[in-house]
Design a protein around this ligand. Structure first.
Ligand code: NOJ
Length: 565
């Protein structure tokens, strides 16, 4: 008998970045009708949840992560009717729509901020974090995540406001109760329309240490590191529990918190159902392993052993305590096939290998648009071809420090967010828009595109489809224990999942070199075992009497029944 578990433990989420997904009206910008037109494609893939990056009214300083009106749809994306049609059409296909909840900050064009800055006596003054200008200096030395200081002076009241992201994204003051009530009302507004939950943008930043202490200035950095004072801040758990009691407890929805800087211990607190906070969080630890300690642009080589150890820590840390989210990609990260795989000769094999090695873990997997096609990073020659505020600001700041154009560009090629944001590749000519796309397409749409993928039974798309089907069918994927094997092997990721009578062996090669491993290293008696192959990216694995031969970027999953191991 299957245990009654929350629905989101068995679902796979597909993230849509609306601006780049599908344009229905030729203005070069993706929109809601475009998404509706691709629901059959998503249904075929088998996903049951869509996470929509923000679609609210916004001046788009940060592509919708700067919200001007929480209750309106961005004009470029369509209307509220389009949105309701999307929910309805998605539901018909058994797909729920999760929205992005961006409540650490708003746009500076939000009416709350316009009011707030107008006077110290404004009813909305305390909706944001203001400090008087006492000595012509910002209140502390914190830096913005998008370069420059985290404070901007506003002349109207001669005061500084905090913006952890761009100047046009002032931070909300969660210590102020009326603000919290407004947010909860707004959440209900969307939940009552039938949405399937929220992905919560930098939700572990909302509670700030009110003393606003100066941060440490790390080597090579221009500003103090404020993160100890706002990451997992003093009242974060109080606020999340309040949000749960006031809002979330009344709906059967998925919640996932974006939580940079959260450790497994933090995640245990956030996701333990007894605490009534969140269902799951996005860890950043595995995404930070190929960067220096203080900034993502500081490139480090990919280290599989570190990655495996990290994933192991999260698998064990949350097993039977909370719940993991599983992801390689999103709109802020480079494309995984270019990052941990091989986007040349082995693109298809390595994209499938990465999919298999992630989707066999415990947790809820997230697929980012185009990942199921093996879309790759992009290299634009000119900085003017980039649109992302983080990339552009960083480029200017580093050029100002005298760093060479080529050095900065190599960081952008490896880590820039526009790698993930180039339009979805539907056909060999693009198929995203009939107009001029807001961001250039990757030229490899000529051979990497959905049309080609759908017509090839061996494509990456069908590996994802199969992985989604497996998760729906087998409890061992959602519930089984995780055991890392060959932990120090620099190129193979091998692990087991175990539950009751069953054991699955997952083998993945992160290199273009073949490796032989002994059955005994996998704690499996290969000679006498009965196994079934659940999924593979080559036709059949090479399983010999004593050993397994693992070919370049090969991955497969074998299931054993008890008594045979
Ligand atoms: C995290 C989002 O994923 C990112 O795209 C955005 O720029 C920042 N939060 C600010 O909202």
């Amino acid at each position: 008998m299957r245990k009654k578990e929350p629905w989101w433990k068995r679902s796979v989420v597909y993230q849509i970045y609306p601006r780049s997904f599908m344009d229905s009206n030729g203005d070069g910008i993706g929109d809601l009708q475009g998404i509706i037109s691709k629901l059959d494609y998503l249904e075929m893939l088998g996903i049951e949840v869509i996470w929509l990056s923000p679609i609210y009214d916004s001046p788009n300083d940060d592509n919708g992560y700067d919200i001007r009106n929480y209750r309106e749809i961005m004009q470029e994306f369509g209307t509220m009717d389009d949105f309701e049609e999307l929910i309805y059409e998605a539901m018909k296909r058994n797909i729920r729509v999760v929205m992005d909840l961006v409540v650490n900050h708003t746009s500076d064009e939000h009416s709350w901020f316009v009011e707030s800055k107008s006077s110290k006596d404004s009813k909305y003054r305390d909706y944001y974090i203001w400090r008087d200008d006492e000595n012509g200096e910002p209140p502390n030395n914190w830096g913005s995540i998008f370069s420059g200081p985290a404070w901007k002076k506003d002349g109207t009241t001669n005061s500084y406001y905090l913006h952890l992201f761009s100047k046009k994204q002032p931070d909300l003051n969660w210590a102020h109760e009326p603000l919290r009530k407004e947010i909860y009302d707004m959440m209900k507004f969307w939940l009552d329309k039938g949405i399937g939950g929220f992905r919560m943008d930098v939700i572990n930043f909302i509670s700030k240490d009110e003393a606003l202490p100066n941060g440490k200035i790390h080597p090579g950095q221009l500003y103090g590191d404020g993160s100890p004072y706002y990451i997992n801040g003093p009242k974060i758990h109080t606020y999340l529990r309040e949000m749960h009691d006031e809002v979330l407890s009344h709906y059967d929805v998925l919640t996932v918190g974006e939580t940079p800087g959260a450790s497994t211990k933090d995640a245990q607190i956030y996701t333990d159902p007894q605490n009534h906070e969140l269902n799951m969080v996005f860890t950043f630890e595995h995404m930070n392993l190929d960067s220096g300690p203080y900034e993502k642009w500081d490139l480090r080589p990919f280290d599989l052993v570190a990655l495996k150890r990290n994933l192991e820590k999260w698998q064990h840390g949350l097993h039977q305590v909370g719940w993991n989210s599983l992801y390689w990609n999103n709109h802020d990260q480079p494309r995984v096939v270019s990052r941990f795989g091989n986007d040349g000769e082995y693109r298809e094999l390595s994209a499938k290998m990465l999919a298999i090695s992630l989707h066999m873990l415990q947790g809820t997997p997230y697929i980012y648009q185009g990942e199921e096609l093996g879309m790759t990073n992009v290299k634009f020659q000119h900085i003017d071809d980039y649109q992302d505020i983080e990339t552009i600001n960083m480029y200017k700041e580093k050029r100002g420090q005298g760093i060479a154009h080529e050095t900065i560009m190599s960081s952008i090629y490896a880590k820039g967010r526009d790698n993930a944001r180039t339009p979805m590749q539907w056909t060999k000519n693009g198929g995203f828009t009939s107009g001029t796309p807001w961001l250039k397409l990757n030229e490899n749409t000529s051979y990497i595109n959905a049309e080609a993928a759908l017509s090839d039974p061996q494509s990456i798309f069908y590996t994802y489809q199969r992985l989604i089907q497996l998760r729906k069918k087998y409890d061992i994927i959602t519930e089984g224990r995780f055991q890392l094997l060959l932990p120090d092997h620099p190129q193979l990721f091998v692990y087991k999942r175990q539950m009751d009578e069953e054991e699955w062996l997952v083998v993945a090669n992160y290199s273009m070199v073949s490796h032989d491993i002994n059955w005994s290293e996998c704690h499996v008696d290969g000679e006498n075992n009965q196994w079934t192959l659940k999924i593979a990216n080559y036709d059949e694995p090479i399983l010999e009497k004593d050993m397994i031969r693992v070919r370049p970027y090969e991955a497969f999953v074998l299931a054993f029944q008890k008594g045979t191991f």
